[in-house]
Design a binder for this molecule. Structure first.
Ligand code: NAP
Length: 301
């Protein structure tokens, strides 16, 4: 742990520079500084990744991959008391990284502030945010029978929650960028091939992911001048709990050539892509969509 660059003269200096700042940035450093307890003014030496939906599937694989890249982990899922979280805790420990499990329903936007504050209290920094938490409709229905209830559920979890969570984290990253040496913040949105491919029996999922894809572009645009890199990772058909119910159907379709590479995607396929973003391999590519789908992106005649 080392101290923030902020010294005893912080107050005076910040007050002076604050006068020169545009209205939108004013007082953020002061407010943030006074909000912090002496303990939270200490900062983790290692970078910190926050992964939502980390208890299973793609999110868990991403969190394990990032711990192998040297990140300490804040892992979010609705419950911290699950076998999935236990497995993740032990995998992260094996990589020599710290683990902080957090219970949050991502759709609870009024809970975000406290969660972000808790992460900063524990680690003092957030270097990477992976917005991965997401759900499929409880029941697949033709778009003509889609219910408002299902639409709202998907929008709140898959779109509104991640967008406002990213907004909170991005504001903290802006502050950290000004105050931490060698700080390379990254935000990743896990969307889906369904952001671009239609499925008439789960329109609410497609619409939520198309919206999240645009959110990724807008954040990338807004934050590019501040040195915060934003990427979209767009998985294809991946073998997880989410696809377990329709496994037989997709086994058949994959066998018939639906996916050019003729196999299911694995959570580790997505985790490897996110790890390369964390390493800084794509430092001149903010706003890029990385589709990991075994060739579903190929338009064939
Ligand atoms: N599997 C695929 O084929 C596929 C394809 C394209 C995109 N994706 C996307 O990839 C992401 C991960 O999918 P997956 O297949 O790994 O799903 P999964 O195996 O069902 O895991 C979903 C994760 O999200 C968490 N979660 C669900 N609802 C949440 C909420 N309201 N608040 C916070 N956490 C929540 C779950 O934890 P708890 O249940 O413990 O809360 C779990 O950790 C999703 O955004 C999904 O849309 C998946």
């Amino acid at each position: 742990m080392k101290k923030y660059k902020a010294s005893g003269h912080f107050q005076l200096v910040a007050r002076y520079f604050n006068r020169l700042l545009p209205e939108s940035s004013k007082l953020l450093p002061l407010k943030r500084f006074f909000r912090m307890t002496p303990k939270s003014r200490l900062m983790n030496d290692k970078p910190v990744a926050v992964v939502t939906g980390a208890s299973r599937g793609i999110g868990r694989s991403i969190a394990i991959g990032l711990s192998a890249e040297g990140y300490d982990i804040a892992a979010i899922a609705r419950s911290t008391d699950s076998e999935g979280m236990e497995i993740l805790a032990s995998e992260v420990a094996k990589k020599g990284s710290q683990f902080f499990p957090i219970g949050l329903d991502i759709s609870c936007t009024k809970c975000h502030k406290e969660v972000v504050a808790n992460i900063l209290e524990r680690y003092g920094r957030i270097d990477m945010l992976v917005n991965n938490a997401g759900v499929a409709p409880l029941q697949r229905n033709d778009i003509l029978d889609m219910t408002e209830e299902s639409y709202d559920r998907l929008m709140n979890i898959n779109l509104k929650g991640p967008v406002f969570f990213a907004q909170k984290v991005a504001k903290e990253m802006l502050w950290l960028k000004e105050h931490v040496d060698n700080y390379r913040p990254v935000i990743v949105f896990i969307t889906s091939v369904s952001a671009a491919l239609t499925s008439t029996n789960r329109a609410e999922y497609c619409i939520s992911k198309a919206g999240l894809s645009m959110a990724s572009s807008v954040f990338a645009d807004r934050l590019s001048c501040n040195g915060i890199l934003v990427y979209e990772v767009r998985p294809g058909i991946i073998e997880t709990d989410m696809t377990a119910k329709i496994k037989d159907k997709y086994d058949k379709l994959i066998g018939e050539g639906l996916i050019p590479q003729k196999r299911w995607g694995m959570p580790s396929d997505i985790a490897k892509a996110v790890a390369s973003l964390a390493r800084g391999d794509w430092a001149f590519s903010t706003g890029t969509i990385f589709e990991i789908s075994g060739g579903l992106n190929i338009h064939k005649l």
